[in-house]
Design a protein around this ligand. Structure first.
Ligand SMILES: [Zn+2]
Length: 402
């Protein structure tokens, strides 16, 4: 099947815009993209009139948790539901995610290894959802943050074994917990967790299998431990200091800010059901987090979009809210879009396949009604999504019905 979308605004993911362009898709791949007058239309192609529409690479969220359903008390939810129910819930959340135009996600912590089953079910067409790169269980210290979706390990040998188990189960990225967190009671975001040696052991075992490591870290000391251990992304980076920012810039380590996670928890009024400990931690850090994000933009720290979708009131399917938050904090809409297209693909090491619109890339694409450079918020509106394409097939939106 060949599809030619004409007279459409193209945002190619590299930061370029073509006002009246054509994108040609053949089978699973993009075979041509450029200004209308430069592209010859193949005979027999299904032609789509793209006037008024914008086409972007399918969006990428580098930080979600499909085992969490944005419940007010996610720890209690995971403790109370069976793992089978969690998996069914996760399938539904994956469906919402792809319908929202996010065609790839990185799941950085699931309560068990069922996330690999979900990935397989999506790939085989059994259930709709995005391409998933999953970590399985997060690796944390005993009593540490995220233990409700983690594997507790202490000492180098135990950490190596824990990482090895995730890799054996199918992990394509390893998640380590290098500081306390917001949602786990009794842990403090600014304290470091796991030692540099343990973090380094995790990086080494992952590297031996060609895998990268994502580190959860709010506080600067946890961030710097993780950076010295050689991780590839810092998740949250809430209380980033100058030294940490310098190390990230120097080494090309990505910040995955997850502004939505702290903001949705902090915005929750008394009585909303989020435990008080989590609400007050988030409220205390949200301004500082915004400052860290602005500093990262100013200093040229690589940034890839992540929402932490699944945390309280941070809904799967609303992933584009993160774009709106980035733009509110001073990023241009084009730069924000790059954090969830080309930059995210680089972090996930999938640049050869996805993240930009150019000949040869897989046809994971998003078509929206209007111009997100003028109004970034339209990406959040389901009714503005004209079509979501995965591997050359429209799977959602009005264009899938034609
Ligand atoms: Zn998270």
């Amino acid at each position: 099947m060949t599809i030619a979308i004409r007279q459409i605004r193209i945002l190619d993911g590299h930061g370029r815009k073509i006002e009246r362009g054509t994108v040609v898709i053949e089978g699973e791949r993009i075979v041509a993209a450029g200004p209308d007058q430069t592209i010859r239309l193949p005979r027999g192609a299904r032609r789509i009139d793209g006037r008024g529409l914008t086409i972007l690479p399918g969006l990428i969220d580098c930080h979600v948790h499909f085992c969490l359903g944005a419940e007010a008390d996610v720890v209690a939810a995971v403790e109370q539901e069976s793992s089978a129910v969690t998996l069914l819930k996760a399938a539904e959340l994956a469906r919402r995610t792809v319908q929202a135009g996010f065609t790839t996600v990185r799941d950085v912590g699931f309560r068990d290894h069922a996330v690999f089953a979900l990935k397989q079910a999506i790939e085989s067409g059994l259930t709709p959802g995005p391409r998933i790169l999953a970590a399985g269980l997060a690796i944390c210290m005993p009593g540490g943050h995220a233990r409700f979706i983690g594997r507790e390990a202490q000492g180098i040998e135990a950490v190596r074994a824990a990482v090895q188990d995730q890799l054996t189960a199918g992990a394509e990225v390893i998640k380590v917990i290098a500081s306390g967190g917001v949602l786990t009671p009794g842990t403090s975001p600014d304290e470091a967790q796991m030692t540099v040696e343990e973090l380094r052991a995790a990086v080494e075992v992952a590297a031996a299998h060609g895998r990268h490591v994502a580190a959860h870290a709010h506080g600067a000391s946890g961030m710097k431990n993780a950076l010295r251990a050689g991780v590839h992304s810092i998740e949250h980076a809430t209380l980033m200091d100058d030294e940490a920012a310098g190390l990230m810039t120097q080494r090309g380590v990505y910040m995955v800010p997850t502004l939505s996670a702290l903001a949705t928890t902090a915005a929750c009024p008394t009585g909303c059901g989020i435990p008080d400990s989590a609400r007050s931690k988030a409220k205390n850090m949200v301004r500082q987090h915004e400052k860290s994000f602005r500093a990262a933009v100013r200093r040229g720290v690589p940034i890839a979009l992540g929402t932490d979708a699944g945390t309280p009131f941070n809904y799967h399917g609303d992933n584009a809210q993160e774009l709106e938050r980035m733009v509110t904090l001073g990023m241009t809409p084009m730069d924000a879009i790059m954090t969830c297209t080309s930059a995210a693909a680089r972090l996930l090491r999938l640049s050869a396949e996805i993240g930009t619109i150019e000949a040869g890339k897989q046809a994971d694409l998003l078509v929206v009604d209007g111009n997100p450079l003028r109004n970034i918020g339209l990406l959040l509106k389901q009714e503005r999504i004209a079509g979501v394409m995965q591997r050359g097939r429209f799977v959602s939106g009005p264009l899938s019905q034609a």
